[in-house]
Write a protein that binds this ligand. Structure first.
Ligand SMILES: [Zn+2]
Length: 202
């Protein structure tokens, strides 16, 4: 916690949330950077943007239309707004590609996303190939890809290496480890192992 912040409870949510798909935002409370989602809070005329960790950790004042919210309700409300905002970001990206690449048949991708709010490996690969075409493949990390079920794992394994490499961008370290353990890591992909560090005895 940075010193100028003081008591978090003196700050209040405005319920403005920012979804920074370039992952370039910084938290004014704890100083974390390279963040995607931040939340606007105010104290008098001061304005700050705080990260999800700080939302989870500190009891920032909250109300809706003047009705105060308890800490749990405030977190639940922030969580709901965040989920909706992330969904909107994904939909906007799909729509923008459709506008730019009229030949790209992304309607099934859009339908799948609307229904599941995530992408299967197959549809993720199709969408991410179009992101490459417009030079925006880093936006792939905004999407969540389903890899929990055997069917989706198999679907990932059936992609060609280039497609796997693209979908890989959107996967969490846990997802990558799991797929790598099944032998599905794309060529050249780095999989971080959990290091067991041995301290030498002197
Ligand atoms: Zn923070």
């Amino acid at each position: 916690m940075l010193e100028h912040v003081g008591d978090p409870h003196q700050w209040r949510y405005t319920w403005q949330i920012k979804d920074d798909v370039s992952l370039d935002s910084t938290c004014s409370f704890c100083g974390r950077n390279a963040l995607r989602v931040t939340y606007e809070v105010t104290r008098g005329t001061e304005v700050a943007w705080v990260c999800e960790h700080c939302v989870a950790r500190y009891n920032i004042s909250a109300d809706i239309d003047g009705e105060p919210l308890g800490p749990k309700e405030a977190r639940a409300y922030a969580h709901g707004l965040t989920a909706r905002l992330k969904q909107q970001t994904c939909k906007d990206i799909i729509r923008r590609i459709q506008d730019q690449l009229v030949d790209a048949d992304l309607e099934p991708v859009a339908v799948y996303f609307d229904r599941n709010l995530q992408l299967s490996p197959h549809w993720a690969a199709k969408l991410f190939m179009t992101l490459v075409q417009i030079g925006e493949e880093t936006k792939a990390q905004v999407f969540e890809v389903q890899t929990r079920s055997k069917i989706h794992q198999r679907e990932f394994g059936d992609l060609d290496d280039r497609e796997r490499g693209l979908v890989w961008i959107a996967l969490s370290p846990q997802q990558r480890r799991r797929l790598a353990s099944l032998g599905f890591a794309p060529l050249g992909a780095l999989v971080r192992r959990s290091l067991s560090v041995r301290v030498p005895r002197i």
